[in-house]
Each structure stands twice: as C-alpha cells, then as structure tokens.
Design a protein around this ligand. Structure first.
Ligand code: ADP
Length: 492
C-alpha cells in the first residue's frame, strides 16, 4: 500500500502547529505496519536544507493560471523509512512562512498551486500512491483537481483521497474566479453553491470530493456536526456522515520521551519523576533567569498565539495567577496584539514571568519536562497535542474540556479541567491545581509525596498511552476501504 501525505507542514523540518506533528508521526507508525509512505510539503526559506540532508532530485514544470511554473524537488531522508519531498517554487512560496494566517483567509491561491503541483509530481516519479492523505484546506483542492481537470487521467483519476480536518475553522474561501485561474470549469464542481459573495469554499469542496473524511478526535467529530463548531459547513459534512470518522491523534512517543537522554537536562521515568523533574525545573528556571523560584509552582504554556487557544481568558486571570505566587512561562508565536498584551502584563511581575516569542522545538521539550502544570484553556480544540506531550513528561494539564481535550484529560484523575468557557471557571481550576500542588509539597517535605493526589495524577498522566499504534491501524483500515471502493468503481 502506497500513501502520500500531502501537507503544508511537517514537524522538525517546517512546523507551526500540531498538523506538522501528525504529518511526521503517522507515516512513521504506518511504516512499522508495512505501509509505504512519502510526505510532500512546500518549500519555505526557513527550511534548513543542509540540516535535513536535502538533495535536489528532480525539476519539472506545469501550467498554473496560464503560466509555466517550475518546481524543484528536494528529497530528505531525515525520517527513517519515510522520505520527505519539498517542492520549491519561489513565485508562490517565496518567504519564511508556510502561511500568513491560521484561518485560511490569505492562502487559497498559493495552496491551489501546491495542490496541483503534488498531482503533477506524481506524474514525474516512481511512486504512484493508492491514496493521498490530505490535511486541512491547504491541500483541499487536490480532490477538486482529481475530479475535474484530471477526471479522465489514467493515473490521477484512480488515486483515492482521504482528507483529515485538523480544524474546520480554516476553510480557505476565495472568489470563484479562482476556478478559471486553475482551469476548472464551474459546472464540473460537485454541488457548487453560488453563494451571494460568489465564493467557493475549499474545505467544503473537499468534503464533497474526498473519498473518506476524518477528524482528529471522536469528540470533535461530533462537535463539528453542530452549528456551534461547524463554522457554516456542518450541513455539508452531515451529507457525508457515513464516510466521516473521528480518530484520536497520537504523539511521537520516541520524540517526546522523558527517558531519552540528551533532549532534556535530566532524563527520567515514573520511579524517579519527583527528584528528576525538580532538577529539570531548577535548570530550566536558571536558564530562563527565574532562579530562586523553584519552590513555587511552575505553570507553562507552549502554543500558537491565536484566539482558539483561550489566550483572552489567560489575560483575564493573569493578575490572580500572580497573586497565587505561581511562576509563568510562555513559549509562543502568533498574534502581535497578544504579544504586546503579554509584554505589558509581564512588566508588572518581574522575576515571576518569562515570555519567549518564537518557535523552538528543543526549548519546548525543556519546558514540558521542567514544568509542574501546563495551561490549555482552548475555546475549541480539535485534538490538542500539547496536553498529551505535557502529560507524557508528567506535567499536569489544566484544560478546557472540549474536543480532543475531553477525550484525553479527566478532571481530578490525570489533569484538571473546566467545561464552560469563562475566566471564573479557568481561575477556579487553576486554584484547585495550585492547592493540590501545595499539599503535595507539604507532604513531600515529610517523605510522603507518593501518597498525594498530585503524585497519583502524575503517574496516571505518564502511564497513559499516547502512541500512534491504534490510530495508525484505524487509518490503514480506512485506506483499504478507499482502495476497495475505487476498485469496485463506486466513487460517489
Ligand atoms: P495546534 O495544532 O492547534 O497548534 P496542538 O496542541 O495540536 O495545537 O499542537 C501544537 C504543536 O506545536 C505541539 O507539538 C507544540 O509543542 C508545538 N508548538 C506550538 N507552538 C510552539 C512554539 N512556539 N515552539 C515550539 N513548539 C511549539
């Protein structure tokens, strides 16, 4: 079975969020199940071609918008068993970022180009995928191209498409004249709705055109069928309900492994978590110029700075978090207004807060390992990986119980959670976590740390199975289903 992962980002090589983690980890797990996978992503100037041992293997051209476009294909064997291909075209992807906004307003043209380039790449190389696994709106028009421009093509028309929705909010809307630009006839579109603004919606089109649709947690799969979470396309999704599945993401448990030496200051497992976590915390605090705060609870967050992540609630409760004398560390990138507001708040609490506004994979692991609690009060959360990573490092998550967070975190058992999105609820759960930590510290001093609720929760969090094994098998079953469906010629 050959599967091609077509995506906007892939962890380590070029990443901005959880989508990149999935695109790196799932094919690696599929490899152990005997599935041959390749990954294809767009080039950006941030990709370190040297570090990832990239080799230029191919060059091809095709037409987009009536212009001949050249594509350089770079190959990286950085991931064992799963080659990554990077498509370079500097007219469409000239800068540092794979996308300039998280909600799909700015990028339809670039990603329509990338989607067509992926199909044209298949015509150039030695790998015909049985299924293309497409991720979010960025690669959504692959299925649209397959069912229109390439519908009679002897190779492309026979390739199945599985679409994963990582977040339904980013839909990619564009004026329908983009179809002329792409050479797609409007009357060939599945259920094309001529909306009042004469827009087409990429994700909606892919929902109609892909063979199978998945999303990243069972709870989110239910939520997106409602008007509250469906962002206007819940009715279209309902039409495909029998081909729609919620599969919980895993994490790369080898990459995020507290037992692994050299990626964190002091490696550890459940038996020595207390002693080693404290050592990691002290070292991290030292590095972050917060020395002498090792007695206070360290509350961290590693995140995209986007309203999805509940940042407005953090602002509201921030003074009260400081009154509890907690230490706060943030590693995040995103909205400038959020960055400015954080800076302003932090000024009032020198020595208690450290803000790092960048994307830093290595530092993120030191933060997961060295913190006591991890904050994630998301407005909505399709899956959520940072909570899983934190738990794997024995750092207790404080979350809003929505989407995948509800599938993973149980309040008072392996983390802390609240349901209704408001600052009071968030603060009350932080206070509860803080009390539990203080109680743990008291008993720790008298050698009874192992009897505390805190310690039991850490153990449960660390024991939870976050591997991709089960989910990868579920994906393999769905790929098979698509292949069978195509062989029987019953594509809808
Ligand atoms: P989302 O996909 O919505 O951004 P997830 O929780 O699913 O959120 O995944 C986020 C992923 O991106 C995690 O692997 C997290 O560690 C990583 N990440 C987010 N922001 C940063 C950052 N500033 N530096 C390093 N890693 C980050």
């Amino acid at each position: 079975m050959n599967i091609l992962f077509a995506a906007s980002e892939v962890a380590q090589i070029s990443q901005l969020g959880g989508l990149g983690d999935v695109v790196a980890a799932l094919p690696k797990e599929l490899h152990t199940l005997g599935v041959r996978s390749r990954i294809v992503v767009p080039w950006t100037s941030k990709i370190d071609l040297k570090r990832f041992r990239c080799e230029k293997i191919l060059q091809f051209s095709f037409t987009m918008g009536g212009m001949a476009e050249n594509v350089n294909v770079w190959k990286s064997d950085f991931f064992f068993g799963v080659p990554v291909y990077i498509l370079e075209n500097r007219r469409y992807f000239g800068g540092e970022m794979m996308y300039r906004d998280f909600n799909g307003y700015l990028e339809p043209t670039r990603y329509m180009f990338f989607s067509k380039a992926v199909l044209e790449l298949i015509l150039q190389w030695d790998f015909v995928p049985d299924v293309i696994h497409s991720h979010d709106f960025y690669t959504a028009t692959i299925s649209l191209f397959r069912n229109t421009v390439y519908k009679k093509h002897p190779i492309i028309s026979k390739i199945g498409i599985l679409m994963t929705i990582h977040s339904i909010r980013a839909q990619g809307r564009a004026h329908n004249s983009i179809l002329d630009f792409a050479g797609i006839k409007k009357n060939e579109l599945t259920s094309y709705k001529n909306d009042p603004m004469r827009n087409i919606n990429f994700v909606e089109q892919e929902i109609l055109n892909a063979d199978i649709i998945t999303t990243v947690s069972p709870t989110y799969a239910k939520e997106v069928l409602t008007p509250q979470f469906g962002y206007g396309i819940e009715k279209t999704l309902k039409k495909r309900k029998k081909d729609f599945y919620g599969i919980l993401n895993g994490i790369d448990i080898n990459e995020y492994n507290p037992r692994l030496k050299h990626t964190i200051y002091h490696s550890y497992g459940i038996p020595d978590v207390l002693e080693k976590k404290l050592k990691n915390k002290k070292k991290l605090l030292g590095e972050l110029h917060l020395r002498s705060r090792d007695k206070q609870p360290l509350l961290s967050i590693v995140t995209r700075l986007d309203d999805q992540k509940g940042i407005d609630l953090i602002f509201e409760v921030f003074p009260r978090i400081m009154d509890l004398d907690m230490t706060f560390v943030l590693l995040g990138q995103g909205r400038v207004d959020y960055i400015n507001k954080f800076k302003k708040l932090a000024e009032k609490y020198p020595g208690k807060v450290r803000l790092i506004f960048k994307f830093d994979h290595e530092l993120s692991k030191l933060i997961y390992a060295g913190s006591d609690m991890f904050l994630m009060p998301s407005r909505f959360e399709p899956c959520g990986l940072t909570d899983m990573i934190a738990m794997r490092f024995g750092t207790l998550p404080i979350v809003r119980l929505s989407g995948g967070l509800k599938d993973v975190v149980s309040d008072g058992y392996n983390g802390f959670g609240f349901v209704i999105y408001n600052a009071e609820n968030l603060f009350s759960v932080i206070k509860r976590a803080n009390n539990s930590y203080i109680n743990f510290q008291k008993l720790h001093k008298v050698g009874r740390a192992r009897d505390t609720q805190w310690m039991h929760m850490i153990e449960r969090a660390m024991r939870k199975n976050f591997s991709w094994k089960k989910s990868a098998r579920q994906y393999k079953t769905l790929y098979r289903k698509i292949i069978r469906k195509l062989r029987n010629g019953d594509r809808e």
